[in-house]
Design a protein around this ligand. Sequence first.
Ligand code: UDP
Length: 236
Amino acid sequence: MVSYRRILLKLSGEALSGNSQNIDTEMLKTVVKIVQSALDLGVEVAIVVGGGNLYRGATLAEEGMNKITGDHIGMLATVMNALALSDAFDRNKIPSMVMSGFPIGGGVCEPFNHTKAKEELSSGKVIIFSAGTGSPCFTTDTAAALRAVEIGADIVFKATKVDGIYTSDPLKDSSAIKFDSLSFDSAIEQNIQVMDTAAFALCRDNNIRICVFSMLEDNYALANIINGQSIGTMVS
Ligand code: UDP
């Protein structure tokens, strides 16, 4: 059996939006169930949440906005998602804490601190990392890899709408074939779009595996993978 002590779950903003354009309470409930199933196995859970359901820097820049300002807005969007997630955890009696990649006052959330994050994880809290890396020109995938390294996570789980990595987009190409496993070098060489190259490289250089799985098909998929089932695609 595979044993993970501490995992990092990367949730894109899309994972929270369901059929709506912003934050869907039903999707929050789904995330709570998924995280609870991992906690029930005695695993510590940290989350990096994206913001693409609300704002993406690149989209705002395409409309003429300054690129850096667009990224600041994108990072703030991730903070809103993190607060919504934390509230959903609170309502389900799961202790959690939001940390931000840049300082935000007013008691909204804590500034990122790797030592404090590790202490809180050890005490059973779910830590939600927001504001990405805290700097523009990065993605929350890269932030997920970075935070995984900083907190000593054993693995990054990337929850997507598709059940793993395919040779091409299975939603557009019916001949696409799923990989059960893939090396970091192949993922980078083949320019696999499910995560960016910086995220793959950071995980490769720090020996942290990435598992890509679907969070839509089964609320217990994450728990089943933690229990050793071969689901999704493992990049190592
Ligand atoms: N972003 C950023 N720096 C980071 C992470 C994110 O500037 O370290 C900005 C960027 O504009 C991005 C937005 O935040 O478009 C939302 O993040 P992302 O697109 O990664 O969210 P996801 O696709 O996971 O929902």
